[in-house]
Design a protein around this ligand. Structure first.
Ligand SMILES: Nc1ncnc2c1ncn2[C@@H]1O[C@H](COP(=O)(O)OP(=O)(O)O)[C@@H](O)[C@H]1O
Ligand SMILES: [Mg+2]
Length: 316
């Protein structure tokens, strides 16, 4: 495991920001940490970056416990905060040299390192530019280069895509995928689920300071789909088909709109196949289409954050 957090608690005065948060991230994951504003994402990330001390709970990175201010573990983490300050009269290379020197990387080694990093984040050739003259998207990339200066194994980004236009965000996400392929484990937070569905291998949803769902994107989507209603088009013998559906033990909440029938169905894939066969052979229905409605991640998010039940999706 690259990261393990157990029963993390953190309060700000009377506000409980984290309530027994558990989070595990395996080596090599591109993990999307999603939750509405105020859910506790930044608090979690600041604890990971060693900037905040939890009230209770444990954090292990790469098998070693994290202590606030512990420098040994900071070497394993690169942190991109959710804001980017103002840097008067600082050039891109000076900015990176400064951070490199903080890790004892200087001279030619530092130069080689920042040239390589600028290439990696798509800012090759911009080393002489002033940081303040860069666009928001470029500053965000520079923030990633800075976070990677000491070659950490885990890169953590707090809402890096917030405020970027769709095209810039797309390019940024592509860059993160490439960095992930180069062997970095990545944790990326967002309050917009669809932002993550294009890029993450795994997601965790935080709500009110606790994880409400965690799993691989594929498992989560598959699981959501089995809770979606069945939708079918029936062109002949509709009433016989509906009668069959009404008497079926796994079917509930039938709605009929012309030839379109939507029904809740609590069976698995084999039950679906059997039902389709029954509709055709027993009710004599002419079935044009038959399948689960496809729920996007957005609908899962709405469903999940609507109730507080703990759900964990088995990892395949
Ligand atoms: N410095 C702080 N002082 C008081 N309350 C805070 C502070 N930082 C965050 N909070 C509160 O803690 C909760 C979690 O906030 P945060 O971790 O920033 O969530 P997120 O990043 O998911 O939006 C919110 O209720 C927020 O208002
Ligand atoms: Mg935040």
């Amino acid at each position: 495991m690259m990261l393990e957090m157990h029963n993390l608690r953190k309060s700000y005065g009377k506000t409980e920001a984290l309530r027994d948060l558990n989070l595990h991230i395996a080596d090599g994951e591109l993990f999307g940490f999603v939750g509405p504003n105020g859910a506790g994402k930044t608090t979690t990330i600041r604890i990971l970056a060693g900037l905040l001390r939890p009230d209770a709970g444990t954090v292990e990175i790469d098998g070693q416990p994290l202590r606030c201010g512990g420098s040994a573990l900071k070497e394993k983490i690169g942190y991109v905060p959710d804001y980017f300050g103002v840097y008067d009269n600082v050039r891109v290379f000076e900015y990176l040299e400064f951070y490199a020197s903080a890790y004892g990387i200087t001279g030619l080694v530092a130069r080689r390192r920042y040239m390589e990093l600028l290439e990696m984040v798509g800012l090759g050739g911009r080393e002489e530019n002033y940081v303040d003259s860069l666009s928001r998207g470029m500053k965000q990339r520079l923030g990633v280069a800075r976070a990677l200066v000491h070659n950490p194994r885990l890169l953590i980004l707090d809402e890096p895509a917030a405020g970027l236009d769709p095209r810039t965000r797309q390019d940024f996400i592509h860059m993160l995928k490439e960095i992930n392929k180069c062997g970095k484990t990545i944790l990326f937070s967002s309050h917009i689920l669809s932002e993550l569905s294009e890029m993450c291998t795994d997601i965790g949803i935080i709500e009110n300071g606790a994880m409400v769902l965690r799993g691989s994107l594929v498992d989560i989507l598959a699981r959501v789909n089995t809770s979606n209603p069945l939708e079918m088009r029936i062109y002949k013998n509709l009433s016989a088909a509906v009668a069959l559906l009404r008497s079926h033990p796994l079917v509930h909440n039938i709605t009929i709109d012309g030839s379109r029938v939507v029904a809740g169905f609590s069976g698995g894939q084999m039950d679906e196949a059997r039902l389709l066969s029954q509709l055709v052979t027993e009710a004599g229905a002419l079935v044009g289409s038959f399948g689960r409605q496809q729920g996007g991640l957005e609908s899962v998010f709405m469903e999940i954050t609507g109730d507080k039940a703990e759900r964990v999706v088995a990892r395949g």
